[in-house]
Design a protein around this ligand. Structure first.
Ligand SMILES: [Zn+2]
Length: 309
């Protein structure tokens, strides 16, 4: 069974650690041998600039794109995914697709020229914020809980005009509803779970889940242990409640996964890197029809991207 993973921070680790290597699992969770072992057909790679990084933000974004090209795409087993044609050739070929996203638009500094350049460099999805506020919006960790700024709203429109998808994971609740009010295209949450199951602010409330389903977006359940369960250790089975909840909301055709590998330093037991996706697949097959499992691991993501990029 093919798998698509909607979020990882491998590029950020390449940026922060000179020794990180796409072939070596001593630093990275996401390595080529593990993607191959798990039959991952498409991996989304996020550009995320940690606050401590000593470089102007846009320069750091450019450096991230360069690292992505030199250290990941450079491998002949990988192919960048920019459009529907690429999605079609991905299916007929043997390569692994790489989909470039930006997590937090701080470095664009409100200048849409930078966004257009990033589009030309391959960025096809954008999350407006990480947990804090920036010029575009408040993140979920910003106590004042504001939504999008005026320029943030214009930015969403510019993204849609270019063909860049909007990722609402990390965004404040008010920001989520601002996006919902102006977005013309289906938006998605790349790595968030269900708030009613695990009361972490990064998780989605029921009305948010229903809205993503209504607009035809995707919800990527994530493997960050404290977004899955308050009890430790967190087991793969703990994801079942989140899956059932989304299905009960009518989301069978919108449920996907976004691991957050390389963005975490605690893991679900036996789901600690992409190579262990097979453990999730086997667990799911014990409880659900193969047809549903294939939707969640592959088809829902594939169809969403195929239709919307
Ligand atoms: Zn994140």
């Amino acid at each position: 069974m093919f798998i698509i993973d909607g979020h990882c921070d491998a590029i950020s680790k390449l940026l922060m650690n000179q020794r990180a290597d796409f072939y070596d699992s001593s630093i990275l969770d996401v390595t080529l041998p593990r993607l191959q072992a798990a039959n991952i057909k498409l991996q989304c790679f996020a550009i995320y600039i940690p606050r401590a990084f000593s470089m102007t933000e846009f320069q750091a974004i450019l450096m991230s794109v360069d690292l992505y090209e030199q250290r990941i795409l450079n491998d002949p087993h990988m192919m960048p995914i920019h459009n529907q044609t690429d999605m079609n050739s991905l299916l007929s070929g043997s390569q692994i697709g790489a989909f470039l996203t930006l997590e937090g638009v701080d470095g664009i500094m409100g200048n849409f020229m930078y966004l257009r350049i990033l589009y030309r460099l391959g960025v096809r999805a954008v999350g407006l914020t990480w947990n804090h506020a920036n010029w575009a919006a408040d993140g979920i960790g910003e106590p004042r809980g504001g939504g999008l700024t005026i320029i943030g709203k214009q930015f969403v429109k510019e993204c849609e005009k270019l063909g860049i998808l909007i990722d609402v994971s990390h965004l404040s609740e008010a920001g989520f509803w601002d996006v919902a009010a102006i977005a013309q295209k289906p938006f998605y949450a790349s790595h968030s779970n269900v708030f009613d199951i695990c009361q972490h602010p990064r998780n989605l409330k029921k009305d948010q889940i229903l809205e993503i389903i209504r607009v035809g977006g995707c919800i990527g359940l994530t493997f960050v242990p404290f977004f899955v369960s308050m009890n430790k250790p967190v087991m793969i089975q703990d994801l079942l409640k989140h899956i059932d909840y989304i299905c009960e909301c009518g989301g069978t055709d919108h449920l996907t996964f976004g691991s957050d590998f390389d963005g975490i330093d605690e893991w679900i037991v036996e789901l600690e890197h992409p190579g262990q996706y097979v453990n999730l697949q086997n667990m799911l097959l014990q409880y659900y029809d193969e047809e549903d499992v294939e939707k969640w691991l592959f088809k829902n993501w594939f169809q969403y991207l195929h239709k919307n990029i």
